[in-house]
Ligand binder design. Structure first.
Ligand code: KIV
Ligand code: NA
Length: 267
């Protein structure tokens, strides 16, 4: 097994080598990813949508992320493991934010991620001060989709674009070790990437970022719909459907179980 990826490795990669990140929510996925060269695993609160079937991420609770972080951690992945702080686990007070970030570290996370810019500066500082690395997340922040007026591309107006650059800068100053930029225009992500010393990890924000993150269900063709910024590398929906149909046919036709699948006391 290769050496554990640290936040220092993340910082060193900026400007030299792209950083790769994917979500994972369970032990088997983590076990498989462990055997790859991927740099980082995110136990994202996208869990709520792609695994638990909610239509947004607001219903995800601390206990969900704790349980799934523990499951991912049990495979001892060499990847830097980041766990998402769910909606309302860090907005109420800095103290609650630190306590909840600590619970994710105790579950096995190497770092936490939370959404927002200027409005989360104090809690980013507090969690960092407690010794827990924080990844920022700006642009289209799904936990705030009600306030944003839906899942949309951010930064169309010059004012919105400037706010995004400002958000990124204050997160770096508050101590964040990296920042996810989600669903914004490529030129804005490029501007942010150049303005920061910490790496930018993008999803739907173009090719100029320091790294890329995707929801693994989108990569595998295992989600209901594919966002325009994702790429299917296989179609797991079809593969699973075909396997289930074949199994069903085999049982009904008596093809399964066959001799190698059971023990016969006579021989
Ligand atoms: O929850 C998640 O999967 C995320 C990524 C899309 C960045 O936050
Ligand atoms: Na998330």
């Amino acid at each position: 097994m290769r050496k554990k990826v640290t936040i220092r490795d993340f910082l060193k990669k900026k400007g030299k080598e792209k950083i790769t990140m994917l979500t994972a929510y369970d032990y088997p996925t983590s076990r498989i990813i462990s055997e790859t060269e991927l740099d980082s695993i995110l136990v994202g609160d996208s869990l709520g949508m792609v695994v638990l079937g909610y239509n947004n991420t607001q219903k995800v609770e601390m206990e969900d992320i704790i349980r799934h972080t523990s499951a991912v951690a049990r495979a001892n992945p060499p990847q830097l493991m980041v766990a998402d702080m769910p909606f309302l686990s860090y907005e109420i007070s800095v103290e609650e934010g630190i306590r909840n970030a600590g619970l994710l570290v105790k579950a096995g996370a190497d770092a936490v991620k939370l959404e927002g810019g200027v409005e989360v500066v104090d809690v980013v500082k507090g969690i960092t001060k407690a010794g827990i690395p924080v990844m920022g997340h700006i642009g289209m922040t799904p936990q705030k989709y009600l306030k944003l007026g839906g899942f949309r591309v951010m930064g169309k107006s010059e004012e919105e674009a400037e706010l995004l650059v400002e958000d990124a800068k204050v997160l770096e100053k508050a101590g964040a070790f990296a920042v996810v930029i989600e669903n914004t225009y490529a030129d804005i992500a490029e501007k942010i990437t150049k303005a920061l010393n910490i790496p930018t990890i993008c999803i739907g924000a173009g090719p100029s970022c320091d790294g890329q993150v995707l929801v693994i269900h989108d990569l595998l063709g295992f989600s209901e719909t594919k966002p325009y910024f994702a790429k299917n590398y296989i179609n797991l929906n079809e593969i699973i459907k075909n396997a289930v149909s074949q199994y069903s046919n085999d049982v009904k036709s008596g093809t399964f179980p066959s001799k190698e699948n059971y023990k016969d006391r006579a021989n």
